[in-house]
Design a binder for this molecule. Structure first.
Ligand code: SAM
Length: 335
């Protein structure tokens, strides 16, 4: 029993039987479909766009990598498990919620579905699969890195991962509260990763290559718009290099930055804000020169320093002009 007002507890998943033992159910003619959040119109559009991408990717990889079986992690009510089956893979699915598993079994009786939690080691009893699909799950988890490690252990050849992501180029994560709903976190809290942090976690958990799927699904969540930054991504993580069109390699980030460490430019700015010392001035003027030379090479700045696009540039341009020679070729010769 759970206390009123207590933190939600992760529902315990029952024993998972390995797929080898699961029996296909007999096809029945009458199916009752319970409408769920997955059946809302906006969700259907997202499912359709992502379903086309899954189909395209699996069709390309199936013969090249010799894929035969697959698992759909966080399968909801099973629609992508069906897509994988239609692509000719021997598929099973699991979800953390008993009610989704029951509905998936009702809708797709030929596919074996189990209740299972990707953040628990017990999920590894399912075995290993040539192709692992993990769509719409990662940003609903308390511990995405642990989940990715488990996904790696389930993967024989490759993992196709779709996730919402924070905008920006940093390996960041945001802790968010989530509503209590069938398509959300099991514990009402989740870590929301940036694309860079997803890539980092995939390499860290032992995948040897990570690619971005190109093109991304044809849905506005996968595009930059005037209203919002790109919200989602689809990555393919593999245990061996994949030399097929449609996948852009994202290399592993090798150089870790120490959190809170300032760049030389930020350090110089701090010095000057607390009174201009000589080393600060020297560092600042060097960076001004670097900016001015860079601008010259990019053609943003005329030698007399008046053709600039933004205010910041114009200020630097004027400063540079006071020290400049008369024509740009002379500048370039001096470098
Ligand atoms: C947004 S739905 C995604 C459904 C489908 N894969 C898709 O992309 O549309 C997230 C699903 O993950 C399930 N889920 C949440 N936490 C989970 C966990 N720790 N392990 C397994 N499934 C989980 C939810 O029950 C829900 O069905």
């Amino acid at each position: 029993m759970q206390w009123k007002g207590a933190a939600p507890r992760r529902p315990s998943a029952p024993e998972i039987s390995p797929t080898a033992k699961s029996q296909p159910l007999e096809l029945t003619t009458e199916i009752t479909i319970h409408l769920t959040p997955f059946d809302r119109k906006e969700y259907r559009q997202l499912i359709e766009a992502r379903g086309e991408t899954i189909q395209r990717v699996v069709t390309r990889l199936k013969s090249a990598l010799g894929l035969s079986n697959a698992v759909d992690a966080g399968c909801g009510v099973g629609f992508f498990s069906r897509t994988l089956r239609e692509c000719g893979l021997n598929v099973c699915g699991f979800d953390g919620r008993a009610e989704n598993v029951a509905e998936a079994r009702r809708r797709f009786p030929l596919i074996p579905f189990e209740q299972g939690d990707i953040e628990e080691r017990g999920i590894l009893q399912l075995g290993r699969f040539d192709f692992v699909l993990c769509f719409g799950l990662l940003y609903h988890l308390e511990n995405p890195l642990l989940a990715i490690r488990n996904l790696r252990s389930l993967t024989e050849k490759c993992l196709l991962l779709e996730s919402m992501c924070l905008p920006g180029e940093k390996p960041s994560m945001l802790l968010r509260a989530e509503p209590r709903q069938e398509d959300q976190s099991l514990t009402e809290v989740a870590c929301y990763p940036s694309e860079v942090s997803l890539v980092k976690m995939l390499y860290h958990s032992g995948f040897s290559m990570v690619y971005r799927v190109m093109p991304l699904p044809d849905h506005e969540d996968f595009r930059e718009t005037t209203e919002h930054a790109r919200r989602r991504t689809v990555l393919l993580a593999s245990t061996a290099p994949i030399d097929i069109a449609g996948f852009r390699l994202i290399p592993s980030l090798k150089k870790p930055k120490i959190p809170g460490q300032r760049s030389p430019r930020q350090r110089a700015r701090c010095h000057s804000e607390s009174g201009d010392s000589w080393p600060a001035l020297r560092e600042r003027s060097t960076s001004h020169w670097r900016i001015a030379f860079g601008a010259l090479f990019r053609g943003c700045l005329s030698p007399c320093g008046c053709r600039s696009v933004r205010g910041g540039w114009r200020r630097r341009a004027r400063w540079t002009t006071n020290c400049s020679t008369t024509n740009s070729s002379a500048w370039k010769r001096n470098l």
